[in-house]
Design a protein around this ligand. Sequence first.
Ligand SMILES: [Zn+2]
Length: 284
Amino acid sequence: MHPDAIAPASVIRSLGIYNGYRGVWVDKKNTASAAAPSGITIGVRHDGSSYADILSASGLIYKFPETERTGHDELEIEATRTAMRLGLPIFVVSGHKDAPTREVRLAYVEACNDEAREFLLAFVPEPIVAPSHPILASQDSAPEWLARRIAARMNERRFAFEVMDRYGPRCAVCEIDERALLASAHLRPRFANGTDKPENGLVLCANHHLAMDAGLWRVDPGDARVVARSGIDLRRIGVTRYDLSLLRAQPSIESLVWLWRLDFKHVNSAMRPRRSSASAVASP
Ligand SMILES: [Zn+2]
């Protein structure tokens, strides 16, 4: 992280980046107009309490505010939507509210999911400072590698958001709809050349995500029905919905076929260790 991104809380307040005690800071006095009566969001506070795994180097999924003052919540959601519509970046201020310093980053509001009640925020990449003296060796490889890595992280974040948007915030095979327990699962994992397109995913609760990865259940690509591994009773592992054709969107057939052909093996078995090809070459 860039050292300039750390600032004392008092400086952040005096610059107007973030103020108050609510999660979303709308400087209504200075941003409200006839075109944006709710004002425009300037900054949001991220204290890590919403979802544990969602902050990454490239962005974050920001939960809609949910406080007892629902009127305020609605105005803040509208003001954040306005920042998205206008393409204005907002400040993301992280750190505990009682800590003396905060970390500040700029992000664009990329998308909004009214049903799962969350925004997708993408951090503006930090400026890469040019070296003050020429670097002699391999100066080309590092930036390309870095750019690939940043892009991969953002794709992951976007995948999580788009899968939730496509299928709705509920486990595909049970009734769990508590957002904090839901994950966007890859059907065909990235390490097995799976894509980050939302049709290569399903929304699953934590249990059924683990169970699918472990090969306890699969989806028959022929009729989209949930099938258990032999010896597994679907009811005992909490599956209550067996027909994925009833989902409001359908996963990709290619992805389902790929997973079906893996049989009931753990998805990690699709990771091909390099040594198998090396030993094949070595054997006479
Ligand atoms: Zn479930």
